[in-house]
Design a protein around this ligand. Structure first.
Ligand code: ADP
Length: 247
C-alpha cells in the first residue's frame, strides 16, 4: 500500500491566462488529517475542485490510491472513495434529518438517487442512518426537518451524509466556518472521530482548529505551495509567518 493516498505533481489551473493554482505538489499521507490553508484567493477552493474533478487541470497529474485520476469524472472519483462534503450532501430542508441520511445512504458512491423509491425500501437504511446520526451527535434531531436545524448541527448533518458514502479520502471545506465556540469544539471532536480509519483533507481558516487536528499542513499563497509539513514546524517558517500567520 502506498504511503500517500493522494499525490499531485505540477498541478496547475489557469482561468483565461490567470494562474489560480500553479505547479502544486500535494502529498497527503494515508490515514492522516491534512490541512490546506492560505489567505483568501490562495487557490484552496480551486484545488478542491481539481481534486474532485469539478475542474480539469490545465497541466499536471493527480494520483489517488495508487491510480491516476487526472482525467476522470467527478462521479468516478467519488465511486473510488474520494468524496467532498458538500458535493453529495445537499441537505433537503423539508425532509427530516433521518430521511436526509437515508437518501444519502441509498445512493451508490457517486451514483444518482431516486426520490420515489417506496418508503419500505428506504426504511431498510434506517438502522445505518441512525448509527450515522449517533456518530455525529444528531440522534435527538432525527425527526426534525433538516431546514430547522441550527447552523452547527446542519454542518454535522452534512458530515453524516458524506459518511454515508463511506469515503476513503474525505474533503472538508471549512467545517467550522461561521460557528460558535461550542459548535467548533463539537465539530473538532467529530472530525477527529470520523477520521479514524480514513484520510481527511480540510480547508480551514481557524488555525487553532488546524493546530489541534491536523497531522500536517500545506500552505498555499497565490496558487503556490509556500510550505508543507507538521503545523509546529510550518508555523515557525518565517515566510509563512510573513504571508499568513503573522497576525
Ligand atoms: P481560495 O479558495 O484560496 O480563497 P480560490 O481557489 O477560490 O481561492 O481562488 C483562487 C484565485 O482564482 C482567485 O484569485 C480567484 O479569483 C480565481 N478564480 C477562481 N475561480 C475562478 C474562475 N472560475 N474564473 C476566474 N478566476 C477564478
Amino acid at each position: 500500500m502506498q504511503d500517500y493516498i493522494l499525490e499531485t505533481e505540477g498541478l496547475t489551473k489557469e482561468f483565461r491566462g490567470f494562474v489560480a493554482v500553479s505547479d502544486v505538489a500535494l502529498r497527503i499521507r494515508r490515514g492522516t488529517i491534512h490541512g490546506l490553508i492560505g489567505p483568501n484567493g490562495a487557490g484552496k477552493t480551486t484545488c478542491f475542485n481539481l481534486l474532485t474533478k469539478f475542474l480539469q487541470p490545465t497541466r499536471g497529474t493527480i494520483r489517488y490510491d495508487g491510480r491516476e485520476i487526472t482525467r476522470m469524472k467527478p462521479a468516478e472519483v467519488a465511486r473510488l472513495g474520494l468524496v467532498r462534503s458538500f458535493q453529495i450532501s445537499a441537505v433537503f430542508p423539508h425532509l427530516t434529518v433521518l430521511e436526509n441520511v437515508r437518501v444519502a445512504l441509498q445512493r451508490e458512491r457517486g451514483g444518482s438517487f431516486d426520490f420515489w423509491r417506496s418508503d419500505a425500501v428506504l426504511r431498510r437504511y434506517d438502522d445505518r442512518a441512525r448509527e450515522l446520526l449517533a456518530d455525529v451527535g444528531l440522534t435527538s434531531y432525527a425527526e426534525a426537518a433538516a431546514g430547522t436545524l441550527p447552523y452547527g448541527r446542519k454542518r454535522a448533518l452534512e458530515i453524516a451524509t458524506t459518511l454515508a458514502l463511506d469515503p476513503t479520502l474525505m474533503l472538508l471545506d471549512e467545517p467550522t466556518a461561521g460557528m460558535t465556540h461550542e459548535d467548533v469544539d463539537r465539530i473538532v471532536a467529530l472530525v477527529r472521530r470520523v477520521a479514524q480509519g480514513r484520510t481527511v483533507l480540510m480547508v480551514e481558516h481557524n488555525l487553532k482548529v488546524v493546530e489541534g487536528l491536523c497531522d500536517a499542513i500545506t500552505v498555499l499563497t497565490r496558487g503556490r505551495v509556500l510550505a508543507e509539513g507538521p503545523y509546529a514546524e510550518v508555523s515557525r517558517n518565517p515566510e509563512v509567518v510573513a504571508a499568513y500567520l503573522g497576525t
